[in-house]
Design a protein around this ligand. Structure first.
Ligand SMILES: [Ca+2]
Ligand SMILES: [Ca+2]
Ligand SMILES: [Ca+2]
Ligand SMILES: [Ca+2]
Length: 594
């Protein structure tokens, strides 16, 4: 899958064409019980603002508008007691007549779930599809600036509506109500170039979601409408602000990370969600300015949550102990093409915490070697290759980093050998990645002590961040339902202490997809939004809850089973998210510390 966004590829599903429809699947974002806040309103995340570091969002998806445009009864113009598309209508202007611009049609929401949701029926399914008034009678829903709509237009296009299918028979019966969708749930988007789009000003002009990832994440948190359709996000009345990531070609892959986080802080969000995972050229010890800023935000009361990463099993990490005077050989293979991209760069970083001197020689695929490198920075020529290197340190962690390319923009294909020598006993953490920035380990270690012991990713390495692992629901490739996803990052932080705080449903869950679709959404990308949505419910109940309060509530209410074993542990953290138990714990047991 593209970049370091925390989703995993669907290759296995795509090539096998399973028929899923006969099985009943779990909607992991629907609470099994109804809860109300202190004033009697249902807990839907109302009043809570989530900030998400992500790929963007499809602001036109019907799941991202509040149903605040009024209630209407549809009019059975041809008197056949059925909702007849292109004939029947809705009297939006209340003049007692159905005018040409009030005729109803529906959008068939594309069901990209291999039949799991049972959509794509080519008939109107109120559980999944949306109604609209086909103002220009061209039989499709027009929307956006290009079709002449403005920021002030309800649902940013031809009027969207949802059916209140009161008798739950999957049809529009005479007398059943429609709710008009109006206001966007998206408060603002910081686009990839830093430009900010705001609801009420120019949100309608927001750039496309670059990969569709953020649309899936937002759908899990706050898509849809409580109690109306088959599926909706955990907190459908929350609002979201997206800070879109743009990726560079070399590490740090995320551009403008400080600005991305600062923007969300200034927007006064209640919850910050990291939907990006990095490992290259990071100290992984929480020392970066961005992680420090995150810690300050947590102290200021903002709840910080991130996907732990999909890094386990990727063969991109080595953990080894070198004795004094010992030399170890770390070997990596790089392909010429990496996820359809010419692989013209491979990167390494080696971290250690001891106050020891390490030296490195790098042998490029043409078997030329650098001199012994141990300090400073520069560029070494090694045959046809250029090897940039730097030794740096945070206050606590040492890093030796390498960036390797070939003359004349050639590929880095072949076997890379790094000899590491230590002057005293030293534990090293050694990472590799190539230009694909892929979870798939397209360039990966082939010798050395390849390890999955501690596979946590930045920026969930921040001290303040609740890092969320993913477990299997509905369908796993190789993993049992209920068990941890084999790729879910785990283990310990480099400073010690458990890396994973909690786990949540991550594979396979359902969310909306950009361009009017539904999709299967998987990865720690999917797990973290489940925790975010739950935190939004808690904050609606008590908006004085701090990051530490929410962490305590989630940990205390997390569940265990035969898969988790004794908790806490390095794979599961404090256990599986239990949404209902978390709300009950807050209502019945929680004592605020301050
Ligand atoms: Ca009719
Ligand atoms: Ca009318
Ligand atoms: Ca139209
Ligand atoms: Ca009905």
């Amino acid at each position: 899958m593209k970049r370091k966004i925390l989703i995993t590829p669907l290759v296995c599903l795509i090539c096998t064409q399973f028929v899923f429809s006969q099985v009943k699947y779990e909607f992991t974002t629907i609470l099994k019980e109804k809860f109300t806040d202190k004033s009697g309103s249902i807990l839907t995340g109302k009043g809570v603002v989530v900030g998400d570091v992500d790929s963007g969002i499809d602001v036109f998806h019907p799941m991202f508008f509040f149903a605040d445009g009024g209630e209407f009864t549809w009019v059975d113009v041809d008197n056949d007691e059925k909702l007849t598309f292109g004939t029947d209508g809705v009297d939006l202007n209340g003049d007692g007549k159905i005018s040409a611009n009030e005729i109803l049609r529906y959008i068939e929401i594309r069901d990209n779930t291999y039949g799991m949701l049972g959509g794509n029926s080519k008939t109107y399914n109120p559980d999944l599809d949306f109604l609209y008034t086909d103002v220009n009678n061209n039989k499709r829903r027009d929307y956006g600036i290009k079709s002449g709509f403005k920021e002030s237009d309800a649902s940013y296009g031809e009027q969207l509506l949802i059916l209140r299918d009161e008798n739950k028979n999957g049809r529009a019966d005479v007398g059943e109500k429609l709710s008009a969708l109006k206001t966007s749930k998206v408060r603002a988007v910081r686009e990839r170039n830093g430009n900010v789009r705001r609801r009420g000003t120019d949100l309608i002009e927001t750039e496309e979601d670059s990969s569709g990832h953020g649309t899936g994440v937002a759908g899990l948190i706050l898509g849809g409408h409580y109690g109306v359709q088959k599926n909706h996000g955990i907190a459908p009345d929350a609002e979201i602000i997206i800070s879109s990531v743009d990726y560079d070609y070399t590490p740090r892959f995320v551009r403008d990370f400080p600005e991305i986080i600062t923007f969300l802080r200034e927007e006064k969000i209640n919850i910050l969600l990291f939907e990006d995972g990095e490992w290259m050229w990071e100290f992984m010890d929480g020392s970066s300015p961005e992680e420090q800023l995150t810690n300050q935000m947590a102290r200021d009361g903002i709840t910080i949550i991130g996907g732990a990463g999909n890094f386990t099993g990727a063969k991109m990490m080595i953990i080894d102990t070198l004795e004094a005077g010992e030399t170890v050989l770390l070997e990596a293979d790089a392909p010429s093409t990496s996820e359809q991209k010419k692989n013209d760069g491979v990167f390494y970083s080696i971290l250690w915490r001891e106050n020891s001197n390490l030296s490195f020689t790098v042998e490029s695929p043409d078997k030329n070697k650098t001199t012994e490198l141990s300090s400073g920075s520069g560029i070494e020529k090694s045959g046809a290759y250029n090897i940039s290197y730097a030794k740096t340190s945070s206050n606590e962690t040492n890093m030796f980093r390498l960036g390797c390319s070939k003359n004349d923009s050639g590929t880095v294909k072949g076997r890379w050998k790094i000899n590491v020598k230590a002057d005293k006993r030293t534990i090293i953490w050694a990472y590799v990645v190539d230009v694909s920035q892929s979870w798939g380990g397209t360039s990966h270690w082939v010798s050395g002590n390849i390890s999955d012991e501690s596979t946590m990713c930045f920026p969930s390495t921040a001290d303040s961040c609740m890092a969320i692992g993913a477990y299997v629901v509905n369908f796993g490739w190789f993993d049992k339902i209920g068990d941890i996803c084999s790729y879910s990052s785990k283990g310990y932080r480099i400073k010690g202490g458990l890396a994973v705080t909690l786990t949540a449903p991550g594979h396979s869950t359902f969310s909306c997809e950009k361009d009017n679709g539904w999709q299967i959404f998987s990865g720690t990308s999917s797990a973290a939004p489940h925790v975010v949505g739950t935190a939004a419910l808690l904050l609606q109940y008590d908006n004085t809850l701090t990051h530490a309060d929410i962490r305590q509530i989630l940990i205390n209410s997390a569940s265990s089973d035969n898969f988790t074993g004794t908790l806490p542990n390095p794979t599961w953290g404090y256990g599986k998210l239990d949404k209902e138990a978390a709300v009950k714990f807050l209502m019945n047991n929680f004592k605020k510390n301050n």
